[in-house]
Design a protein around this ligand. Sequence first.
Ligand code: LMR
Length: 390
Amino acid sequence: IFSALRPQQPDALLALIAMHRADQRGEKIDVGVGVYRDRSGLTPVMRAVKMAETRLVAQQSSKSYLGSDGDIRFTQLLGELIFSAQSVDDDRRFGLQTPGGTGALRVGAALLTRAMPDARVWVSQPTWPNHAPIFAEAGMATLTHPYFDAKTGGIAFDLMLTALDEARAGDVVLLHGCCHNPTGTQFSVEQWQALAALCSLRGLIPFIDLAYHGLGDDLAPDGAGARMMMEAVPAALLAYSCDKNFALYRDRVGALFVQAPSAPLAEMARANTLALARSLWSMPPDHGAAVVRMILDDPALRKDWRSELERMRTRLNRMRTALAAAHPLLAPIARQRGLFSRLPIDPQTVEALRDHHGIYMPADGRINVAGLNDANIGRFIEGLLPHLEE
Ligand code: LMR
């Protein structure tokens, strides 16, 4: 047993956490893994989360099972946050709680392969390194389309559309809802419209990954593309993560929303998704979803969460402006959104920055802007500038 297994590379992003932790230098800078950090470099529990947790501990009278769809009120409130109260009631749509956005992607991928065994998924080049493995484990082949225009720091949209000309009816197109990981780019309203038209015309299934809702421009604009897409096409999926916008990372809180062409097909898809969830994790962990439900259900907690989220967003965008002003090649960073941007540097430079300056980022030059603050951004720029070519 096990002799047929092949060695596995440790996940590069998770390995960075360990490397940074082991570095004894006091002046090190972590712009690696995607967690929000405040101006003192910490990833605190949000105020509204702490308050809801205190109430939850005091009020919870049972930890008995809820079922494979998890906390139903959580999913409903989250659906209203993304879409609208009316569209959540649409009987062609359903949602279920999942262990993080990864769980939502995984069970969604399993549903798609069960429904369409020959379907393939198109992902942007580059994308979050875990996307292809998630779909591969569910048995779906991955194809890539061009996406990032390193020259402009924007989206190579025409090249993307040209590549998608090769897509077959029933193929899945994975789209980042906002704050693209790793480039920080986002589709414009017109680009979302063009993608929606393409998916409708060609029978492609959009699968939207919304993992940074509220960390780009605000909740409404960050969800606008997803909303528009779901309204324009007959069938679509959306994976939602509460990791970043509720700072609940290790509690694994997410949801999958599915839209089918008709109510009976939605019911069929729902039954199949619940059966798949049952075999994958049986039931999702409750704590974090209960906390999000309590926050969204309580006007005062909800207001406080939104204001803390706004502060996080403002801080990110302030760091973006400062970085963009340091060099013309960094200028696109001011237009990009969310935690990430990709620097125009090669893997050797990434290594040199780590060795000589204690600056930690993955080999592709992705930086987590939240790792920067007023105390370290000067040092970061000083280390980086000699490596930028005009
Ligand atoms: C990241 O991209 O750094 C985050 O989404 C964390 C992860 O799980 O990879």
